[in-house]
Design a protein around this ligand. Sequence first.
Ligand SMILES: [Zn+2]
Length: 112
Amino acid sequence: MKKYRCQKCGKVWYSSADLRICPECRGELEEANNKYYFTFGSSGQIYEGGWIEIYADSLKEAQEKFITRYGDKAYKRPGILNYSWNYTEEEFKKTIMCTGDNFGSKCHEVIK
Ligand SMILES: [Zn+2]
């Protein structure tokens, strides 16, 4: 199921088909997935510092995409995912990483 937001009236629509036009006001729709940021520590993780960005409707879905993307490397230990911290886009924008970097690195990869 994809999530869309109307750029004109702001309404949110869910559809498994591709939607382009708002059914109510005929405004243009944009895909409105949430974005999650997974950060990495200074060593011993998939990347040294920096973060990746994952589009998902929930943290659970973001973690599932992380596991799909990195396979065995996704885990530090069984059941423990191999990143430092996860943020929503809103939370991440409040961090100093957003305008700077994290251990000298920025975004490594965007997973959609
Ligand atoms: Zn609309």
